[in-house]
Structures are given as structure tokens and as C-alpha cells.
Design a protein around this ligand. Structure first.
Ligand code: NAG
Length: 436
């Protein structure tokens, strides 16, 4: 009895602890990223040199760093380089989703490309140094790029740029503010034909009425087309796809026309607020799953000696190519592919909408030993996680089997009739014999 009570007691605490842990994890899980205090981050430092031939050579050096969210005066998180991001109107954490282990953080140096100008906020200097911080969701939910402004204690000698970066030591603390953020929640898009996907692009700047230019370009086969542009300075826009009214709120999402083959390519959203240029490349690819069908039902009855054309058709898929295989398996056995020489393929048919169709067929002339086999057509395509399978069972019968059955049945019935008539007579005969 005591043992039992102890057990129940223990169980109570175990379950209680478990629930408590769940509650804590739940609270943490739902809020952790939006007010996360720090994130491990890789600082991709670079060394640019001019080699003997006069070309610039960039060497990338991966260094450990920490992105710390806090306020001016917060301490460094040794032993790494600390990028302290102090409060501004722009908070990259606001856009985060998921958990910390699905997040990749990378900090790079940012060159303003020779433009020397003061960022129009209080405290900014002409000699400010810029870094970008990119937060990437590992499963492709978003990519967020933030521009971090750092004011060195004193102006450097000469211009600080990619040929002469400000040096950062291993235990340095750099107090920065986020000046601009550009993000997309559609880092890559896969979509069917005649769809109207929206390519997400959003930005925020730390001061009111920034001098911003928003642009969308399409890059395809080395060709560039401007799809849309808007400048807040002139208030003029060109092209379509973005609602101009929403840009002021930081929404620069682009709505595509119904997708066709030539919609494929890389869409580039860019936001320029001099001297900053933020952009995201959004590759868009078209994809349609094949519809797979056989020209027979799930059971095929055939008479030995007959032949039948069996067609497996994969219709309306995109892009090329598709894999169609025929194989067969006995009941309870393992599948074996049909000989390639027996299977023939049609050529790819192209439809008006740009999708393709292909069929694979063979002629079946079964023997009695083929009866009970399962024949399967398997179609694999880029758009399918697992191949599509369609099967039928073969029932093969002897050519004159009906006649044979009729004969056997007839014989049995005749025998029965004979027996029924003859038996009483035979028995009667015996009886009469006995009487003598
Ligand atoms: C952005 O604006 C488009 C219209 O251009 C709208 O469809 C979309 O919902 C907006 N997105 C956000 C995140 O507000």
C-alpha cells in the first residue's frame, strides 16, 4: 500500500513537472524570437588586396560574432565580436518567425560604393561605417537584411571602403543602430501555370519620409527587364504590379500577371535609400504535376493468344522531363521492370499552355503463366515527392475455355442424370433378384 502511494506520488510530480515544462516551453517558443536578447552570428570579414596584375582579390574570413539587442552601454558578450544593436524605429526581430535553430545569421561589411553622405538622423556622421546583417530561415520562410550603422570614435584617415576597411578585433564591441531593413517572405517561389502569385517585399527605414526608390526587375537568360519602379522624391511610378499607395507603409510586394512559360526567372526587389541599396533575389519557377492514367481498368481479362496495347500516359506536366517505367510483379513476389526494348515511348507533346505530355506503351500477349501478375506504371517528376503508380491485374484464360467448361459441365450433368435414372433400376433389379 505504501509502495503504491509512493508511486502515485512520484507520478504526480513527474506529470506536474512535465506540464510545467510544456507551459514554459510554450511561452518561450511563441515569444522567444520577437524579444530575443542575442543571436550567434557569423561575421564574414573580408580582406581586399590588389594583386600584381592590378586586379582586386577578396579573401573572406569567417569570424565568430554575436548580435546583441540592447541599449547603449550594454556589455560585450565575450569571447566573440559583439554587434550591439540599439533601439531605433527599425527592429529586425519584429519580422522573425519560427525558432532559433531555424535561423541563420550573417554579418558582412557594406560598401556605399563611394557615396559619402550623412545618414539623415540625429547623431549620424559622414564617416559612419556600415554593416549588413542577414537573417535567413533555413526552411525558406524569409530572408531579412538589416543595415547597421556604426559611428567610429573618430573619422578615419582617408576614406573607409572596401580597399581599406576599418579593422575589427576579436573582442570588440560595436554599438550600432539598424537604419533600414528589407525583407521577403517569398525567398523562392514555385507555382503552377495561370496563377497570380504575389512576391513579397517589405522595407522599413528609421526616419520619416525617406528618399526611397523601389524597383522590381526580372532577370532571365542573362536579360534584364525593368518591371516596376517608384521614386518617393518625384512621386512617379513606372510599370505595374505594385500598389503605389502601399509603398509608403513599406509594402513593395509585386503581383504577377497570370503565369506563363516566360514568367520564369529571377525577380529582384530593390529598395534604395542613398547611400544604402537593399535587394532580394526571388527565383520563380513553374511546376505542374503530371496526371497519370492507364487505358485499362484495374483488372484486365485476356484470352491467351490475343494481344493488347497498354498505354501509360503522363499529361500536362512541367518542366521537362518525366520518367515513365513499366514493371510487373507476381502475387506476393517482387517487381521486375519490363524489358526496355518492349516498352515504346511517344515523343513529348507540347500543349498550348506550355505543359508537356508523354506516354509509354507496350503490347501484351500473355501466356497462362502471366495470369495473376500485377502490372504497374510508375511516373516520376520533379514536382512529385514520391512517384505516382497506376496498376492493373492480369487475368489470362485459355482461348476455348468456355467451350471446355460447357463440355465438363455437360458431362457431369449427363452423368448425374444417368445415375438418377439408372440407380433405382439397378437397385430394383437387385431386389427382384433377392426375391428369388
Ligand atoms: C501589400 O500590398 C498588396 C497590394 O499591393 C496586398 O495585396 C498585400 O496584402 C500587402 N501585404 C502586406 C503584408 O500588407
Amino acid at each position: 500500500m505504501i509502495v503504491l502511494r509512493t508511486r502515485i506520488h512520484n507520478m504526480f510530480w513527474t506529470i506536474g513537472g512535465f506540464i510545467l515544462a510544456l507551459v514554459c516551453l510554450g511561452v518561450n517558443g511563441s515569444q522567444s524570437l520577437r524579444d530575443v536578447q542575442w543571436l550567434p552570428c557569423q561575421f564574414v570579414d573580408e580582406k581586399v588586396q590588389i594583386n600584381e596584375e592590378g586586379h582586386t582579390e577578396t579573401k573572406y574570413i569567417h569570424r565568430e560574432s554575436v548580435l546583441r539587442f540592447g541599449k547603449d552601454g550594454d556589455s560585450a558578450l565575450h569571447p566573440a565580436i559583439t554587434f550591439l544593436v540599439t533601439g531605433s524605429k527599425v527592429d529586425m526581430r519584429r519580422y522573425l518567425e519560427g525558432s532559433e535553430d531555424t535561423l541563420q545569421c550573417e554579418i558582412r561589411r557594406y560598401s556605399t560604393g563611394g557615396i559619402v553622405m550623412r545618414w539623415p538622423v540625429a547623431g549620424a556622421q559622414e564617416y559612419d561605417v556600415w554593416f549588413t546583417c542577414t537573417l535567413r530561415h533555413t526552411q525558406g520562410l524569409f530572408v531579412i537584411t538589416s543595415f547597421l550603422r556604426y559611428t567610429p570614435a573618430a573619422p578615419a584617415q582617408g576614406q573607409v571602403d572596401f580597399l581599406q576597411w576599418m579593422s575589427v578585433s576579436d573582442r570588440d564591441l560595436l554599438t550600432t543602430t539598424a537604419a533600414m531593413v528589407v525583407l521577403t517572405r517569398t525567398p523562392s517561389v514555385e507555382v503552377g501555370f495561370l496563377k497570380e502569385p504575389e512576391l513579397h517585399c517589405q522595407f522599413a527605414v528609421d526616419h520619416k519620409l525617406p528618399n526611397a526608390t523601389v524597383e522590381w526587375r526580372l532577370q532571365r537568360h542573362g536579360e534584364r527587364t525593368k518591371l516596376f519602379s517608384y521614386s518617393s522624391r518625384t512621386g512617379k511610378s513606372e510599370g505595374k504590379g505594385v500598389t503605389v499607395k502601399t509603398i509608403a507603409g513599406g509594402n513593395a510586394s509585386f503581383k504577377l500577371e497570370p503565369t506563363r512559360k516566360h514568367s520564369e526567372g529571377t525577380y529582384v526587389c530593390s529598395v534604395m535609400v542613398p547611400p544604402l541599396y537593399g535587394s532580394h533575389d526571388i527565383p520563380l519557377s513553374l511546376s505542374e504535376q503530371p496526371r497519370v492514367s492507364l487505358n485499362v481498368g484495374s483488372t484486365l481479362s485476356m484470352v491467351i493468344g490475343q494481344d493488347q496495347k497498354l498505354i501509360c500516359e503522363a499529361e500536362s506536366y512541367y518542366p521537362l522531363d518525366v520518367d515513365i517505367e513499366w514493371y510487373r510483379e507476381p502475387h506476393g513476389g517482387s517487381p521486375t521492370p519490363l524489358f526496355l526494348k518492349n516498352v515504346l515511348y511517344s515523343s513529348h507533346r507540347i500543349h498550348q499552355d506550355g505543359t508537356y505530355s508523354l506516354s509509354a506503351f507496350f503490347y501484351l500477349q500473355p501466356g497462362l503463366e502471366d495470369s495473376g501478375y500485377k502490372y504497374t506504371c510508375r511516373v516520376s517528376h520533379k514536382s512529385l515527392l514520391t512517384p505516382v503508380r497506376k496498376s492493373f491485374y492480369l487475368v489470362a484464360t485459355e482461348p476455348d475455355s468456355t467451350m471446355w467448361y460447357i463440355a465438363v459441365f455437360g458431362f457431369i450433368i449427363a452423368m448425374l442424370v444417368i445415375l438418377c435414372y439408372m440407380l433405382p433400376q439397378v437397385l430394383a433389379g437387385r431386389r427382384s433378384k433377392k426375391m428369388f
